[in-house]
Design a protein around this ligand. Sequence first.
Ligand code: SAH
Ligand code: MG
Length: 231
Amino acid sequence: MLKKPIKGIIDPTGTITREYVEDYIRQLLPPDKGILQQLKEEAEERHIPIIEPEVSALLKNIIKMSGTRTILEVGTAFGYSAILFATAAGKKARITTIERDPNYTEEAMKNIEKAGLQDNIKIIHGDALEVLPCLEEPFDMIFLDGAKGHYGEMLDKSVQLLNPGGLLISDNILFRGMVASDDLVRRRKKTIVTRMRQYLETITSHPQLETSILPVGDGLAISMKTQEETE
Ligand code: SAH
Ligand code: MG
C-alpha cells in the first residue's frame, strides 16, 4: 500500500524548498570553475536539466568523503555532472555514463574532451534499460538521473552493481513536490509520480539499502548498500 501523500501548498516556482532559501544558498556557494561554469550557463540558456548547484556541492563532498573512484551515471545530457564527478574523484576517477539521445551523446563527448577527461569518463550511447544488464564491473557510486518513471526497473541491477558500502544516489525524486502531494500532481505526470512513490517505498524498506531522502534540489535519495548480503 502506498503511503499517503500530504496535502501541499502549490508553489508556482516549482521548487521543493522555499525559493528565498534556495536563492540564499546559491549566493553562498562559490561559482564553478572553467568549463563547468560555461556548461552551467549554457544549460540555463538551453533549459538542460543539469544537477542544481546545491546538489552538486553535496555530491562533490560525498565523493570526496567516501573516497569514491568508480561511478556509473544514467543520464549524461551534455556531460556537466560527469565532468563534475570526475573532477571531484581525482586522477583515478573512472566514470561510466549512459545517454540515449545521440545529439547529447556527441555534445558530451566534445565537452569531456575539452575538459581533458576523456581517459576518465566513458560514455555509452544507448538506453540504460538495455545497457545496464550488460554491465558487470562493480561501482562505488551509481547516480540515477535519467527518465524518472524508470528508476524502479533499474534498481535490482543497480544494487547488484554496487560495491558493499557503495552509494546509490537517485535525483529528482520529489519531482517539484508532486511526489509528496496529490494537490500538485498534473494529470499527465500521474504515472511518473505513482512510480516514483513506489520506488521510494522500495528503497526505504530494501533489505540491502540504508536510505535517506533529502529535500535538496529536486529531491535526492542517498542509499548505501549494506556490507552483508541479507537476501
Ligand atoms: N546528469 C546530467 C543531466 C541529465 S538530464 C547532469 O546533471 O548534467 C537527463 C538525461 O537522461 C537526458 O539527457 C535524457 O536523454 C537521458 N535519459 C533519460 N532516460 C534515459 C535512459 N533510459 N537511458 C539513457 N539515458 C536516458
Ligand atoms: Mg536531475
